[in-house]
Design a protein around this ligand. Sequence first.
Ligand SMILES: Nc1ncnc2c1ncn2[C@@H]1O[C@H](COP(=O)(O)OP(=O)(O)O)[C@@H](O)[C@H]1O
Ligand SMILES: [Mg+2]
Length: 260
Amino acid sequence: MTDALAISGLTAGYGRRVVVNRLDLAPVSPGTVLSLLGPNAAGKTTLLRALAGLHPATGSVRLGERGLLSLSLADHARLVTYMPQSLPQRVALTVLEGVIGAMRASAPGGQLVPERDVADRALSVIERVGIGHLAMTELSHLSGGQRQLASLAQALVRQPRVLLLDEPISALDLYYQLRVMKLVRELAAESRMIVVMVLHDLAIAVRWSDRVVLLADGRLIADGTPQDAITAAALADVYKVAARVDITPDGVRIAIDDIL
Ligand SMILES: Nc1ncnc2c1ncn2[C@@H]1O[C@H](COP(=O)(O)OP(=O)(O)O)[C@@H](O)[C@H]1O
Ligand SMILES: [Mg+2]
């Protein structure tokens, strides 16, 4: 479990429109939580879908020695899981059934779970996400934030090597925003999983990420530790805002003063 994720010359788009343009990313080490930030339409979702093998792309995406772009969708899905930005459909399945379905769809960590362990494994993931009390509730009866947590449980149960989360905390209240960020960090440390997550909240990103990548117009604007990547100049460039960024003993503090 020591394979780094490396991206070079990655290009993806829609028809003739190029959205992600020859993107290079220095290898992402196992156990890293990387936040992908950038304005609307920067190409974040397109990039994640390309990494997941769900959107056609050219260039190279490697996990250790393996070239991911040439894998079959089934092999790709065993290594990389993508949690979409859109919330799961309002289907007549319980939270538990949804997680069991996700587990059956791809053998977690490449190993088939013995049938007698399936429900326990699913329940323990649901509990770690903090929605044990909703296990028997139908997905169609959940609030938006609760469905987002159920969707996260479905992604986590697959135990991928690379977990791609597209705005996973956008519908969550403050408690669950932090709970999810802490859980993601714990899991990355425990299993050496690589997590790439799209976030909009800069303060949360700098507090909980090992590495931050800023994307604008499908190009990489900054990449580094939160302290290095999040600068007033980078925020002005990417978001067109006037910001103050202070590095304090407690971490990076950001104040957004105005739009430019
Ligand atoms: N299915 C699609 N067909 C055509 N253009 C698309 C499609 N999905 C996204 N785009 C365009 O690609 C660009 C990047 O979109 P996206 O990757 O969703 O950005 P982000 O996730 O950073 O907001 C946008 O200009 C968007 O309009
Ligand atoms: Mg998006």
